[in-house]
Design a protein around this ligand. Structure first.
Ligand SMILES: [Ca+2]
Ligand SMILES: [Ca+2]
Ligand SMILES: [Ca+2]
Length: 298
């Protein structure tokens, strides 16, 4: 009888562990520590159009946006972002994103739903979007344990593009340079050490959604920026601010803009498949043993 009870306990523990591992995937939560332990790495190849020219107005009327805004084609993806799972006002945002590369520029189209656009809350409350691009951090991840520094990830620098909007922001169609920053092993660098190289134009539908067009030269020549000039992976994660100040935001797990020449395997979603499968097998075997054991006792 004691053995049967132990089997029951083991079954419950195993199934609980399965759920714990799968929660970050199902809710878009990035997971504490290294987010690749929960989600793997998601690859995205940009759409290449050497002579692409953009009218930077926040309106995605360019042919490269409209023809390639399908998630089955190169360059586009839907990225889930989530706030901390322990927060009382936990929220998830699904960001539609498209990457286009010309000979000289990286263009990014971002759109997401927000039912409180251009927040009019007074103070420093704002909506916004930021990118963190890995420059040379060995264990780059989405969760910065000690604040915005890379000490826990092995040191190195991260290029940060930070766009914000509040009630006093300029109207639809406006384009401007957003904050172009960098943080490293011990925190933020002085922003005056670099120039602003990231231009953003936006439109919004009142209390419905935002659309951003982003433009940056592939190469800026500055140490505080990611230089997109090699056939390699460029790791990044994204944050979306929602009527908040510094801490109130949802973040994505880590993605890789894939500029390698060779064909890359399919996008990887979900928790570590090997660990997940092993635990599932253990659970099933335990349950079967449990049932058999119970029959013998009866
Ligand atoms: Ca446009
Ligand atoms: Ca909002
Ligand atoms: Ca920078």
């Amino acid at each position: 009888m004691k053995i049967v009870k132990n089997y029951y306990l083991l079954s419950i523990l195993s199934i609980s562990l399965c759920f714990l591992i799968s929660i970050p995937s199902t809710l878009g939560f990035w997971g504490y520590g290294d987010c690749t332990n929960y989600h793997g790495l998601t690859y995205i190849k940009p759409y290449l159009e050497d002579n692409a020219v953009i009218n930077l107005d926040g309106v995605p009327s360019e042919s490269f946006w409209t023809e390639h805004s399908d998630s089955t084609k190169n360059g586009s993806l839907i990225i889930p972002l989530a706030s901390k799972i322990t927060e009382t006002e936990f929220f998830i945002v699904y960001l539609d994103i498209v990457f286009v590369l010309s000979e000289e520029y990286l263009y990014i189209l971002c759109s997401w739903e927000d039912n409180t656009t251009r927040p009019d809350l007074g103070g420093n409350y704002y909506d916004g979007l930021y990118f963190c691009w890995n420059i040379n951090v060995p264990n780059f991840s989405a969760y910065f344990l000690g604040g915005m520094d890379t000490n826990e990830m092995g040191g190195g620098d991260v290029d940060c593009w930070d766009w914000r909007i509040m009630s006093s922001s300029p109207p639809n169609g406006t384009s401007n340079y957003c904050d172009d920053l960098c943080f490293g092993t011990y925190g933020w660098y002085d922003p005056f050490l670099e120039s602003e190289n990231v231009k953003v134009a936006y439109t919004y539908k009142a209390n419905s959604s935002y659309t951003l067009e982003i433009e940056r030269k592939l190469v800026t020549g500055e140490d505080y920026d990611v230089q997109i000039n090699k056939s390699q992976l460029y790791l990044f994660n994204i944050g979306i601010m929602q009527d908040g100040t510094h801490e109130d935001h949802a973040i994505s797990w880590t993605y890789a803009l894939d500029l390698r020449n060779e064909e890359q395997t399919a996008i990887i979603f979900g928790p570590n498949p090997i660990i997940f499968t092993l635990i599932m097998i253990l659970s099933i075997v335990t349950i079967i043993k449990c049932i058999r054991g119970k029959k013998k006792v009866i």
